[in-house]
Design a protein around this ligand. Structure first.
Ligand code: NAD
Length: 259
């Protein structure tokens, strides 16, 4: 029994969307650690849509013996590009065991001022991208009867936020999609879960001024914003054998904001 489990933990291959900075970069790094959470990763691929220098920097920065890092440039909003990227990744990695749908953007505004483009762009980058990559990986995952899919939602998708109707709708959509996929794929050995970060220190939240930041932190029971690594460790756990009996869940990693 143990030997079979150990074998299944080795040489896992992961694809992470939006891996050049912030939470995605921390996830790539966490998974690439040779013996992360009882899993041995042979390959971690990340998808990015801009900043070639950032991709090169990560390839140089993340250096764990035995784990290969791969970069693929593509727009996660495009199904065609997602399918091309996943096919290219499978060819290079020899397969795919883990998908982390992390790519996301904000285009905040009160609804009165929000344009149709602001709405469509956010839904495409945050929700349709999850459909695109999940659709592209499930065939090979079903064939091997194993897969771990982790989608990055947001607490804003659970509780809403003024000025973020597009973003909260996209992230609530990710929750619904996660639960439906978990039900659809459970019998095929594939788990699908979501992580809902609270306020995490990244470029996405660097736009906040000191006053906004102070106000936010007052509503966080643990009294601080989260770090990208706080999220990456939970994602890695959900990809590990310790989480084999968890599917269809949304885990808030938010310092207690939404308890
Ligand atoms: P970030 O802006 O620092 O990084 C986002 C990454 O996604 C970047 O690498 C960007 O290039 C990539 N990306 C965006 N659109 C893409 C597209 N169309 N195709 C390919 N790549 C694309 O943001 P972050 O804070 O690291 O956020 C990562 C995820 O976590 C997002 O889904 C975000 O919504 C979610 N999130 C963040 C916070 C937070 O407080 N930072 C809170 C809740 C949820």
């Amino acid at each position: 029994m143990m030997a079979a489990n150990n074998k299944s933990m080795h040489n896992k291959r992961a694809i992470v969307t939006g891996g050049t900075r912030g939470i995605g970069r921390a996830i790539v790094k966490e998974l690439a650690k040779k013996s992360c959470c009882g899993v041995l990763f042979s390959d971690v691929a990340f998808v990015y849509n801009s900043c070639d220098e950032c991709a090169d920097e990560i390839m140089k920065e993340i250096d764990y013996p035995g784990t290969n890092i791969h970069a693929f440039k593509a727009d996660a909003s495009s199904l065609e590009q997602a399918e091309e990227t996943v096919n290219a990744a499978i060819e290079k990695l020899g397969g795919v065991d883990i998908l982390v749908n992390n790519a996301g953007i904000t285009r905040d505004n009160l609804l009165l001022r929000m344009t149709e483009k602001d709405f469509d762009d956010v839904i495409s980058a945050n929700l349709k991208s999850v459909f695109n990559y999940t659709k592209a990986v499930i065939k090979p995952m079903i064939a091997q009867r194993y897969g771990r899919i982790v989608n990055i939602s947001s607490v804003v998708g659970l509780i809403g936020n003024p000025g973020q109707s597009n973003y909260s709708a996209s992230k609530a959509g990710v929750v619904g999609f996660t639960k439906s996929m978990a039900r659809e794929l459970a019998s095929r050995g594939i788990t699908v879960n979501a992580v809902a970060p609270g306020y995490i220190q990244t470029d996405m939240t660097n736009k906040l001024n000191d006053e906004q930041r102070q106000k936010l932190v007052q509503n966080i029971p643990l009294g601080r914003m989260g770090s990208p690594e706080d999220i990456a460790r939970v994602v890695a756990f959900l990809c590990s054998p310790d989480a084999d009996y968890i599917t269809g869940q949304v885990i808030a990693v938010d310092g207690g904001m939404t308890m």
